[in-house]
Design a binder for this molecule. Structure first.
Ligand SMILES: O=[N+]([O-])c1ccc(OS(=O)(=O)O)cc1
Length: 481
């Protein structure tokens, strides 16, 4: 605590200094002489920009969609608002700025059948001026978009969607009848070619249900040895009589040079790569496409017990698996936010980069799939630094820094390649209200934060002007240029 004897001699410049060090006057009392004492807490900002050190990558903006809000925000690295896009939907859950400056976002359509974390159901494009220019609804009693989408270079959009199967259908495929809920949510990936201002054509699709193996019932289809069927998904792995959300994909990415798709399965603790060069018919089968494997898994990493080839789990409820851009440190490798929920050795989050053993359009088949070691990681062995139980993500930046989102806490942190924090921002947008400094910080979770450099094509020809902070006051942001 700093105590200042407040009297007439105090100069205006000291007051200005006090505010410029982002310290807020919180209370006052009297000393023995009867002079008023102002007590200045050493407390710094609780929301908005909380840290901005030398070394932060400040040539761009951060996009985020607070889970409790229908507005999507773009801020600069001083924590000031640059742009907002209103919507009628809360997120469902990811959002992106496209090359033409429009926002591509998912929305929560409040599907009552698929009532689980990450539910969406609506995809919308909102132009730079805030006009909704396209919408697509994928939300009914049999299917529902959730978590993430990916815009393709040709303008089409890849979508992850739950696909409901009855317990009868699951048992008919070889699911253990003792471990089946009333409906089992499988997964599909569809590619939508948008048309007009709403709707579109599904031009490609992949269904997980076409790529099953089971060693439970020899009289049913898909019967085989799980360990020698690593390209297939074990219908009885993670089987439960109560949990419908069997797979729970939570991210999707696309690699244009390989023409492959990367998804993350929260429940399997694995990331999977599948071929996108296939026709839909080949994607249903086990052959065809650049890889020759049809729609079977080309690669999987994170949990060898999912295919009975080991017990060393590397991923624990991970999110945001994506290929790092060409030209960036660790280019073409895969970055993963490893939440660490259920981690051997305690719950804590790590950020990891792995180099998949790519070999042409395929992956070296050593079991369990490599690599055994990460190319880079943050927070390994530091259980106390960060723990985000769910949602969240991390992004490699061009200079080797990493921006990560602790989703449940609504905190975005930039670290340098040595793991030192250089920038931090706390989302002040809570459910139904904007938090003020020193309010209790709660209900401000964010699925993911995404950095866009000033040079990003979507900003070309646009005026991006920093205006206010989202929260009421922020001396650190005010002094930031
Ligand atoms: O609270 N949510 O909005 C939420 C919770 C879980 C969730 O699923 S997860 O796989 O992204 O953690 C998604 C959203």
């Amino acid at each position: 605590m700093i105590q200042i004897h407040f009297n007439n001699k105090i100069s205006v410049s000291i007051i200005a200094f006090i505010f410029s060090i982002s310290t807020l006057i919180s209370c006052s009392s009297s000393n023995e002489e009867g002079n008023e004492i102002e007590t200045l807490p050493t407390q710094t900002n609780t929301v908005g920009l909380t840290r901005n050190d030398t070394g932060a990558l400040n040539d761009g903006y951060v996009l985020f969609a607070p889970i409790g809000s229908t507005t999507t925000y773009l801020i600069d690295k001083c924590g000031k608002q640059v742009k907002t896009w209103p919507s009628t939907y809360k997120p469902g859950q990811s959002c992106y700025i496209l090359n033409d400056g429009s926002l591509l976002r998912t929305g929560n359509a409040n599907n009552t059948t698929f009532n689980a974390g990450g539910k969406g159901g609506v995809i919308e494009k909102i132009d730079w001026n805030g006009n909704v220019t396209w919408t697509y609804t994928l939300s009914d009693a049999l299917k529902c978009q959730h978590h993430d989408i990916k815009a393709l270079p040709n303008g089409n959009i890849l979508v992850i969607a739950w696909e409901s199967k009855t317990n009868t259908e699951a048992i008919a495929q070889g699911r253990n009848p003792n471990l089946v809920p009333a409906t089992v949510w499988s997964e599909q990936i569809i590619e939508i070619k948008p048309t007009g201002t709403s709707g579109g054509t599904i031009v490609w699709e992949w269904h997980l249900w076409d790529h099953l193996v089971q060693d439970f019932n020899p009289t049913k289809p898909n019967y085989g040895t799980v360990a020698s069927s690593s390209k297939l998904i074990n219908l009885n792995h993670n089987a439960s009589a109560t949990n419908q959300d069997w797979i729970h994909l939570n991210s999707i990415d696309y690699n244009a040079s390989l023409d492959q798709i990367l998804v993350s399965s929260h429940s399997f603790n694995e990331v999977w790569i599948i071929d996108h060069s296939t026709t839909t018919a080949q994607a249903k089968s086990h052959s065809g496409g650049n890889s020759g494997s049809g729609g079977d898994l080309l690669y999987r990493w994170g949990n060898p017990s999912a295919y009975n080839t080991g017990t060393t789990t590397q991923l624990f409820g991970q999110h945001n698996a994506y290929w790092i851009e060409s030209g960036f440190p660790f280019e073409n490798q895969i970055m993963i936010f490893n939440n660490g929920n259920g981690r051997t050795g305690g719950n804590y989050s790590t950020i990891e980069i792995i180099k998949p053993p790519v070999n042409g359009y395929n992956y070296i088949q050593s079991f369990p799939y490599g690599p055994t070691a990460t190319s880079w990681n943050y927070n390994y062995g530091n259980p106390n630094n960060v723990y985000a139980q769910n949602i969240s993500g991390a992004q490699q930046l061009s200079n080797g820094n990493v921006l990560f989102c602790n989703g449940p806490a609504g905190v975005f942190t930039e670290i340098n390649s040595s793991g030192d924090m250089v920038w931090q921002y706390v989302n002040p947008v809570a459910t139904s209200r904007i938090l003020k400094q020193n309010d209790v910080v709660a209900q401000n979770s964010v699925f993911r934060s995404t950095f866009y450099p000033k040079s990003y094509s979507g900003f070309s020809g646009r005026t991006l002007k920093a205006t206010i902070t989202l929260e009421n006051v922020n001396p650190l942001a005010a002094s930031c240029k």
